[in-house]
Design a protein around this ligand. Structure first.
Ligand code: GLN
Length: 217
């Protein structure tokens, strides 16, 4: 039996780290840059990066509409940071176009810009204790306006939310030791659980992930 195929939007941003993280859970991945590359995927990841650039490239590639159709198919979706912004019902700072599938309001760069980026403890009943989140010019969820479960908070703010099969994070789960949010997503996809390779973890822990080196918005 082949493992499920996860499409990873690869127009821009942190898609490669998501692919490595997903592979650690035994999932196959495919980079998605064109409508044809959406065919046959079982789940989708919208990575962090720069949401305005992604919106521009989605339009240029003729991908905005086809991606929207796939998002409405009720497949598991992991949307992180800029990806979360794309799914939000309302985007502020400034107002911009979005798919409106998660009933939340997000403020872009709501935790300040690069200087305020970093790794912070999360409060959660569903993630292992001690789980942290790396926030990079992250969106801030300022309102949950509908039926949406809050799975984790940072200093009381919602930072990990789930509505049905849509899982959205303000931070970068693909950079976390042990990858607990990706593990939850892998469970949703129905993958056989694998272990996250020591290489990935030591790369993140050992390199002292430096947020200033991350070349996106
Ligand atoms: N600041 C970016 C935006 O508004 C998101 C940052 C990220 O994805 N790490 O699109």
């Amino acid at each position: 039996m082949t493992s499920p195929l996860v499409g990873v939007l690869a127009l821009q941003g942190d898609f490669a780290d998501h692919q490595r993280s997903l592979a650690g859970f035994g999932l196959r991945t495919r980079q998605v840059r064109t409508p044809a590359e959406l065919d046959g995927i079982d789940a989708l990841v919208l990575p962090g990066g720069e949401s305005t650039t992604m919106l521009r490239l989605l339009a240029v590639e003729g991908l905005f509409g086809p991606l929207g159709e796939v998002l409405h198919r009720d497949i598991p979706v992991l949307a992180t940071c800029a990806g979360l912004i794309l799914l939000a019902d309302r985007v502020e700072n400034p107002v911009q176009r979005s798919y409106g599938l998660l009933p939340i309001t997000v403020v872009r760069n709501g935790y300040g810009r690069q200087y305020h980026s970093g790794t912070f403890p999360l409060e959660s009943d569903v993630l292992p204790s001690g789980t942290t989140g790396t926030f990079i010019r992250a969106p801030r969820i300022t309102a949950v306006t509908g039926d949406c479960e809050v799975l984790a908070r940072r200093d009381g703010d919602p930072v990990l939310v789930q509505k049905g099969r849509l899982l959205g994070a303000c931070f970068h789960p693909e950079l976390a030791p042990g990858h607990p949010v990706t593990a939850r997503f892998a469970g949703m996809v129905g993958a056989d659980r694998g272990t996250v390779g020591g290489r990935t973890e030591s790369r993140v822990a050992g390199s002292g992930f430096a947020v200033r080196d991350v070349p996106f918005g």
